[in-house]
Design a protein around this ligand. Structure first.
Ligand code: SF4
Length: 233
């Protein structure tokens, strides 16, 4: 497991908690609009400063009583077989754990939730089911994502689904398809794309959708969810 960076304080990454964020390097998807090139591209990962698990846990030890939670992001954290023990160590120190995932590892997601090792899961739903091959090169992954959706919807851990809406990639009908696929569900957020530091530099030339467009789509799908909002990134 390679820790690719730490954000020492966040008030937005973990809903309702004062938290820090730890970024784990490596990803099994390739979303051209991704902002985390340094955590996804193997050549970039090699350049990351080395932060050991011990360094991070020592940092957490010093923050006991000051921070409430740890958001674990990537890349894709569930690629690391050490993730359950890492979460356990964080929880033993008294922190809540939030996991960001692309939903590609339902087996580990189930293990984490069943063993009470995560308190909140934010899962990206990148595309409608039939288009997943565009970000992961294999049609099978859509079935893994489907399983992760089902696991989260059991409600054993608090969760949200979210989609970054990218012009030229997502059209109104794609969001409606995703909403129909994942609903009914607790929370679904539409996030507006930012054309900055993308893996494929062409995406930096894209103009984000106007908020009016996202709001109109959000209003169309809101009845399928307990909470459905547009979120600025
Ligand atoms: S957006 Fe997420 S899943 Fe896609 S390449 Fe970036 S880190 Fe991986």
């Amino acid at each position: 497991m390679q820790i690719g960076g730490i954000q020492k304080l966040t008030l937005i990454d973990f809903p309702g908690k004062i938290a820090c964020t730890v970024f784990l390097a490596g990803c099994n998807f390739y979303c051209p609009w991704c902002h985390s090139r340094e955590l996804v591209m193997p050549k970039e990962i090699k350049k990351l400063p080395k932060v050991s698990e011990k360094d991070f846990l020592d940092f957490l030890e010093e923050r006991r009583g000051l921070l409430e939670g740890v958001a674990i992001c990537g890349g894709e954290p569930t690629l690391n077989k050490e993730l359950p023990s890492f979460c356990q160590k964080i929880k033993t120190l008294g922190f809540s754990v939030k996991l960001d995932t692309n939903g590609s590892n339902p087996v580990m997601l189930n293990e984490l939730i069943s063993n009470g090792l995560v308190d909140y899961v934010a899962m990206d739903v990148k595309l409608p089911f039939e288009r997943y091959v565009e970000v992961c090169n294999t049609e099978d992954k859509a079935f893994d994502v489907q399983q992760s959706i089902n696991i989260l919807k059991t409600g054993k851990a608090d969760y949200e689904f979210r989609t970054t809406v990218v012009p030229g990639v997502h059209f109104r009908d794609d969001i409606l398809k995703i909403a129909r696929w994942i609903s009914p569900a607790k929370k679904y957020y539409l996030q507006n794309f930012r054309p900055e530091k993308t893996i494929d530099p062409e995406f930096e030339k894209f103009t984000p959708y106007p908020m009016e467009f996202l709001t109109e789509v959000q209003q169309a799908i809101a009845p399928f969810f307990e909470v459905c909002q547009v979120r600025s990134l």
